[in-house]
Design a protein around this ligand. Structure first.
Ligand code: ADP
Length: 313
């Protein structure tokens, strides 16, 4: 037996004849945190809903620990904890009341419910909120309750759709730490449109764009692509491209936004000091030199380009 907890096999979903998700395949291993990244409308929620058995695929299949979602939905769903984008909270209940209902819905046996509620509260930092009405909790704490209901039955797979949307920076930091902690015991699939979130929380990342997977790989590979070998440099007296290309290690130079220069350098080269020396020698008025991180949009463009190039080859 392999240790794959989730297998999505050629998943496609049509809405009114339009493909919202197109032939998407991937798998998740035990204990892995997979980031599902893409801009709004890319098809993340649609994929999450198909993975959790809340939406039937137009084509393709989903297996949870080898169990087919269409053939055996009850067994497959029992292995999943899901936090949809719209939190399924009954706000007029207290945290304890709501988690007790969630445990029952997830078929936790009566004698284990109390323990399951305590355990989920402890893991989500909700111990001191037991008797509070959910509607009186902050957004971040409501999100913790949403995550607590997703893990209450100790599922093998936890699926979280945009879990940090609408939270403030401190709440976001806490929820990310919680997701990493959950990832130690369960497989987690997390959808987000925030690239740094994937870098902080996930081991593996998939990028979806217009319903198609355009990247599937380790987080290290993505980080390398994002950071790249680029510098963004500000000069008061901007040198020419030719002058910059004369500096050892510089392979490309171009004018970027705000009259800054973007310089690329060869893998392993570090032309920073040589650039500073040249700037001083030639009185270019250097006022800024910093790594130029690729934006999410640029990563998308690069990945889509690579994808198209690979297909054409
Ligand atoms: P994401 O979660 O990445 O923002 P979604 O999966 O929600 O993207 O949406 C993917 C595409 O499918 C979008 O173009 C969206 O407008 C469309 N879509 C989503 N749900 C429906 C629906 N119920 N009916 C018609 N189109 C839909």
């Amino acid at each position: 037996m392999n240790n794959l907890t989730v297998e999505a096999i050629e998943l496609t979903r049509l809405y009114g004849g339009r493909e919202a998700v197109s032939n998407v395949s991937f798998s998740v291993k035990q204990g892995e945190v997979l980031g599902f990244l893409g801009p709004n409308g890319a098809g993340k929620s649609t994929t999450m809903k198909m993975l959790t058995g809340n939406l039937a695929p137009s084509a393709g299949s989903v297996k949870i620990c080898g169990i087919d979602m269409i053939e055996n939905p009850k067994e497959a769903k029992a292995l999943i904890g899901y936090l949809p984008e719209m939190r399924p909270l009954y706000k007029e209940f207290t945290v304890d009341e709501y988690l007790t209902i969630a445990a029952r819905l997830h078929r936790v046996s009566s004698k284990h419910i109390k323990k399951a509620v305590e355990n989920a509260k402890e893991r989500c930092g909700l111990g001191h909120m037991s008797k509070r009405l959910i509607e009186n909790l902050s957004n971040g704490y409501q999100q913790r309750v949403g995550i607590a209901q997703a893990i209450i039955h100790s599922p093998t797979v936890v699926i979280l759709d945009e879990p940090t949307v609408g939270l403030d920076p401190i709440q976001i930091r806490d929820i990310r730490a919680l997701i990493r902690e959950i990832g130690g015991q369960h497989s987690v699939i997390l959808s987000t449109h925030i690239l740094p979130e994937v870098e902080m929380v996930c081991d593996h990342v998939q990028i979806i764009d217009k319903g198609k997977l355009v990247f599937n790989g380790g987080i290290d590979v993505l980080k390398r692509q994002r950071i790249g070998n680029k510098l963004l440099i500000g000069f008061n007296k901007t040198p020419t491209v030719e002058e910059l290309l004369k500096i050892k290690g510089v392979t490309e130079a171009e004018i970027a936004d705000n009259n800054m220069m973007r310089v690329r350098f060869a893998e392993g080269a570090a032309p920073h000091e040589a650039i500073v020396k040249a700037a001083v020698k030639n009185s270019w008025g250097l006022y800024q030199i910093a790594p130029d991180q690729t934006s999410l949009e640029d990563v998308f463009v690069q990945l889509t380009f690579h994808d198209a190039a690979a297909e054409a080859a």
